[in-house]
Design a protein around this ligand. Structure first.
Ligand SMILES: [Zn+2]
Length: 477
């Protein structure tokens, strides 16, 4: 299938579906154009970078060893954090609107009754809590991104993938401006798990989000954080790693092989931003990563095919040929450490199906086989999840709701999925029943910014965000 055909298919799907703005990039592993990258790697010798990120580490050779050594340091780092005073901890909890947590922490201190400082803080938090208002859940927007472009000169170099990147990707500079602007407008990251909760009897209830007036909760997600093989050499990070402080960073490899770790993708950018602005996060929440498994996760080649060497795609074969010392078990171990560090920092994971399946078009049998692979080869690394964010935004039911005869829904529910997200360009679309949670997600990318800037005006002014290194016009879908 040619790229153009894939886009057209996605467009037809989009038009025939109730949703108006699909996440259309044909990341599906059965699209061959995406697997022809590795040979062309490094053709462009110049790297501009965005110039603002810190470089943490400069040698690619023993990166794997570095990841595992770091985990010990990250434990000592955690120990340090635990030594923060109760007042400091409470202050962070309160900054993230968890006033109850802050109050409880201080009141449980043995010296609370004799500490005027703690008692004053508690009354301050009680006052702040009293000013909070409940935010209407059906007005909470959800925005998503793909892997961010670090080097636009490589992503937009005119090769066969450039147009697709221009349509569905966002640059680091754009993302930084978006996040800064949204923060200034009062946006605060929340999770679908704050919007709805699963009760002990298996039913669902609406959650309650309490924020100071003027604050606006939103959900942030990122799709396909696999650093797929086809992206090699196109100006993207190639995996997430733990640095010497136990912080999650993105690894970027220059043409000359030098490696740096820094804020080169969404996760470390948000982590750094929340360190500076804790009030951008509600109760410590960050975003949700919607993950496939066929090229592994987070840049680690953890799918079973890399071990068995059966059913390998061409780019996977090439990867193994170029990495004769590839150690599957180590790869899984390192990916797991990164995922655990991320979860400790407030990140969550959703299934995006193992094979980037179109769940509208796939049969129940195909979806079952696909989900089994997710459970077997992805869940042990990222953890079990009750969220599924459909690839291509292709939902398993109409906007009216999942009906009792919906076999796909029954299956996913039986496997523990309760939170379902499609793609929808309206400002918000939320459905919470006593059985499931559904939410529409809005793509924030070159296509949307170029063709429909008006639908993003609640979030930002595109003219202030737009990266001028994007070729225009952005190709049509
Ligand atoms: Zn996707």
């Amino acid at each position: 299938m040619k790229k153009r055909t894939a886009y057209r298919m996605a467009m037809i799907l989009c038009a025939s579906f109730f949703l108006s703005g699909c996440g259309l990039f044909p990341f599906q592993q059965d699209v061959p154009f995406l697997s022809e990258r590795a040979d062309n790697k490094g053709a462009d010798s110049e790297s501009t970078g965005s110039g603002t990120q810190e470089t943490f580490y400069g040698n690619g050779h023993d990166v794997q060893g570095q990841v595992s050594e770091d985990s010990e340091e990250s434990e000592s780092q955690t120990a340090e954090q635990e030594q923060e005073s109760p007042m400091e901890k409470a202050s962070l909890l309160a900054a993230q609107y968890d006033y109850d947590g802050a109050i409880e922490l201080l009141q449980s201190q043995p010296d609370y009754d004799s500490s005027e400082e703690m008692q004053d803080a508690v009354s301050e938090y009680e006052n702040a809590k009293a000013t909070c208002v409940e935010y209407p859940l059906d007005q909470i927007t959800h925005i998503f991104f793909h892997t961010l472009i670090k080097d636009t000169s490589k992503a937009f170099d005119g090769d066969s993938d450039s147009g697709g990147y221009n349509q569905v990707m966002t640059t680091i500079d754009e993302f930084n401006r978006i996040i800064e602007g949204m923060y200034e407008k009062g946006y605060v990251m929340v999770s679908p798990h704050d919007m709805a909760t699963v009760n002990e009897d298996g039913t669902m209830s609406q959650g309650k989000i309490m924020l100071p007036a003027g604050k606006i909760p939103f959900v942030l997600s990122q799709d396909d954080v696999s650093y797929y093989h086809y992206m090699d050499g196109d100006g993207f990070a190639d995996r997430l790693v733990l640095d010497e402080n136990g912080d999650v960073k993105a690894e970027y490899v220059e043409d000359d092989g030098s490696v740096s770790w820094g804020d080169y993708d969404l996760v470390p950018i948000i982590d750094s931003f929340v360190k500076e602005h804790p009030d951008f996060s509600y109760h410590g929440r960050k975003g949700i990563l919607a993950m496939t498994g066929y090229n592994g996760v987070l840049g680690y080649r953890t799918d079973i095919a890399y071990k068995t060497q059966e059913n390998l795609q061409d780019d996977q074969k090439r990867f193994l040929e170029n990495h004769p010392d590839f150690d599957y078990e180590k790869e899984v171990e390192n990916a797991t450490k990164v995922a655990e560090a991320m979860k400790a920092e407030g990140w969550e994971f959703a299934s995006h199906t193992w094979g980037h399946k179109n769940a509208s078009e796939s049969s129940l049998k195909e979806l079952k086989a696909d989900n089994k692979k997710w459970e077997k080869y992805v869940a042990p690394i990222l953890g079990k999840t009750d969220m599924i964010f459909f690839a291509f935004g292709a939902d398993i039911g109409s906007w009216e709701g999942y009906t009792s005869d919906n076999k796909k829904y029954d299956y996913y529910k039986s496997r523990g999925y309760r939170y379902f997200c499609n793609v929808d360009s309206s400002q918000y679309w939320v459905q919470i029943t006593d059985d499931y949670f559904r939410q529409g997600r809005r793509d924030i990318d070159g296509y949307r910014m170029y063709y429909n800037p008006e639908v993003l005006s609640d979030l930002f002014d595109v003219s202030e965000i737009w990266d001028s290194s994007r070729p225009t016009p952005v190709p049509e879908m």
